[in-house]
Design a protein around this ligand. Structure first.
Ligand SMILES: N[C@@H](CCC(=O)N[C@@H](CS)C(=O)NCC(=O)O)C(=O)O
Length: 228
C-alpha cells in the first residue's frame, strides 16, 4: 500500500490533501517538527530529509511535485491532472510548475532573509519583496479573469501545489494577503472542499489556524525564537 509521510505544518499537506481528493487507500505516517526541522525518523527516510516522502513497494521518493505526479498517474488514473488534449492543458502545466518554481521560492527566500535579521529596507530584500508581490499579483489577476481555479474551471493538482504557500506557509513568513482580492475567495473555496477538510482532520491539530484571511497571521518562527 502507498505510504505517505506527512510532517504537520509543512508542504507534505499537499500529498495528504491529494490522496483525500482522489479517495485512494493509503497509510498515513504523521510527524512533528523537532523543533523546527524534520525529526530524525523523517530525516532517516531520504538523503535530503525533507517532507513529504512517499513509499510504494520498493520506491521511496520525496519532492512534493514528483510525489503528486506519481500518485496521480500510478494510483489516481490521471485524475486532477489535465491531459494534453484538454483546452486548459497549458494553463494546468504552467500553474502546477509556478507553485514550486516561483511562488514557493519567492516566499522562502524572504522568510530566510527576514529570519537572518536582514532589514526590509535593504536593497536586495526590497527587490525580493517586490518580486513576491509581483508573483502574488500574477495569481490574483489570473483568478480575477473568471478562473475559479488555476487551470480554469476545474480544480486540479495545480491548486493542491499552490494552496500550501498561500496558507500554512504564512505561519513562517507572515504574509499579508489583504491586497489580493481574488486570492482570498479562492482560498476559501479550496478549504471548503471535502478533500481539504479530510486532510485537516487526519493531518493537522484541530487548533491549527487555516490562515485564509487577509491580515498577516502570527509568525511561528518569531514565536519559536522567543521561546528559545
Ligand atoms: N522542494 C521540496 C521542499 C521540501 C521541504 O523543504 N520541506 C520542508 C517542509 S515545508 C521540510 O521538510 N523542512 C524540514 C527540514 O528541512 O528539515 C518539496 O517540494 O518537497
Amino acid at each position: 500500500m502507498l505510504i505517505v509521510h506527512h510532517m504537520r505544518v509543512s508542504q507534505s499537506e499537499r500529498i495528504v490533501w491529494l490522496c483525500e481528493e482522489l479517495g485512494i487507500d493509503y497509510d498515513l505516517k504523521l510527524y512533528r517538527r523537532d523543533p523546527f526541522f524534520s525529526p530524525q525518523a523523517l530525516k532517516d527516510l531520504t538523503e535530503i530529509g525533507t517532507a513529504p516522502v512517499i513509499q510504494d513497494g520498493d520506491l521511496t521518493m520525496s519532492e512534493s511535485a514528483a510525489c503528486v505526479e506519481y500518485i496521480i498517474h500510478k494510483h489516481g488514473n490521471g485524475r486532477l491532472a489535465l491531459p494534453p488534449s484538454h483546452p486548459d492543458y497549458a494553463n494546468y502545466l504552467y500553474w502546477f510548475h509556478y507553485a514550486n518554481g516561483s511562488l514557493q521560492p519567492g516566499v522562502s527566500r524572504n522568510m530566510s532573509l527576514k529570519s537572518a535579521g536582514i532589514d526590509p529596507s535593504n536593497d536586495t530584500f526590497k527587490r525580493y519583496i517586490a518580486r513576491l508581490d509581483q508573483y502574488l499579483r500574477h495569481i490574483d489577476g489570473h483568478l480575477g479573469r473568471g478562473n475559479d481555479w488555476l487551470a480554469g474551471k476545474e480544480f486540479t493538482a495545480a491548486d493542491i501545489m499552490t494552496v500550501f504557500t498561500l496558507t500554512t506557509m504564512r505561519t513562517f513568513y507572515s504574509l499579508d494577503l489583504s491586497p489580493y482580492k481574488n486570492i482570498l475567495p479562492y482560498l476559501k473555496r479550496a478549504v471548503e472542499r471535502p478533500g481539504y477538510k479530510s486532510y485537516r482532520e487526519k493531518g493537522e491539530d484541530s487548533d491549527f489556524p487555516l490562515m485564509i484571511d487577509g491580515p498577516a497571521p502570527e509568525n511561528f518562527i518569531e514565536k519559536f525564537r522567543s521561546k528559545a
